[in-house]
Design a protein around this ligand. Structure first.
Ligand code: DC
Length: 228
């Protein structure tokens, strides 16, 4: 059976992870959340006191980067992938605001990106993968057969994250989240290494007014044109 590589890039909280996860499940592909990898490195920095304010101890992080092992295992009860950092389940911790507010700084460091991209490319060697992130279609898998670039307004995306965090019982403030979303958009688009941008051959999806079901159908249609 023919297998392809599917790259889904876009702005934070644009719903690309949900979309990529559901698609992978539907077509029996592996799903990799590359943002979770940068979040796990950020959590590692926080746990090991390598971040103070917005300043990262790059020298120390560089020495340790090869020892930071990130992998994903399927949770058999939900059939959803769970992120592990050096053998520990960190799926919930990496979604907290403390990590969200630092992750753009960590993911802008060139040697961090180099290490993560190498791991991501190894994961996708056999194809049959859906990976979401910021640079999947441009840097990680520039030859991916299907590339999607997802967007929606900052307000829509902040509202989604607000509801997500509230449902998890976190104390959240909408204005703070909106500020964080805009800040991350700016940093993601303006960093020197692998900035967020739509690949020339990516299909644009603005899902601001789409239901999850509409989005799912839209995506499946694109995938099915490859006759997997
Ligand atoms: O998709 P997310 O919000 O979980 O991503 C977390 C952060 O990681 C985001 O601020 C940008 C960064 N990121 C990146 O630089 N490259 C990727 N391929 C994925 C995420």
């Amino acid at each position: 059976m023919k297998k392809i590589t599917i790259a889904i890039d876009g702005f934070s909280s644009s719903g690309k992870s949900t979309m990529a996860k559901d698609l992978a499940k539907e077509i029996g592909y592996i799903y990799i959340d590359s943002g979770a990898m940068y979040r796990a490195v950020t959590l590692y920095c926080l746990q090991n006191k390598l971040i103070e304010g917005n300043k990262i101890n790059e020298e120390e992080l560089k020495k340790r980067i090869a020892d930071i092992q990130i992998n994903f295992k399927l949770d058999p009860s939900t059939m959803r992938p769970v992120t592990y950092l050096n053998g520990e389940n960190v799926e919930n911790e990496i979604r907290r605001m403390e990590v969200s507010s630092k992750v753009s700084f960590v993911s802008a460091i060139p040697f961090v990106r180099q290490a993560m991209v190498a791991q991501q490319q190894a994961m996708g060697k056999e194809k049959g993968i859906v990976m979401d992130g910021r640079d999947i279609g441009t840097v990680v898998f520039p030859d991916a057969e299907l590339k999607i670039f997802v967007t929606a307004s900052p307000e829509t995306r902040a509202q989604r994250r607000y509801e997500e965090l509230k449902a998890k019982g976190e104390e959240v403030d909408y204005e703070e989240i909106l500020k964080n979303v805009k800040e991350r958009d700016y940093i993601d688009q303006n960093r020197d290494v692998a900035p967020l941008r739509q690949a020339d051959d990516a299909i644009l999806l603005d899902n601001g007014t789409m239901s999850l079901e509409e989005q799912k159908q839209w995506l499946l249609e694109k995938v099915m044109s490859f006759e997997l």
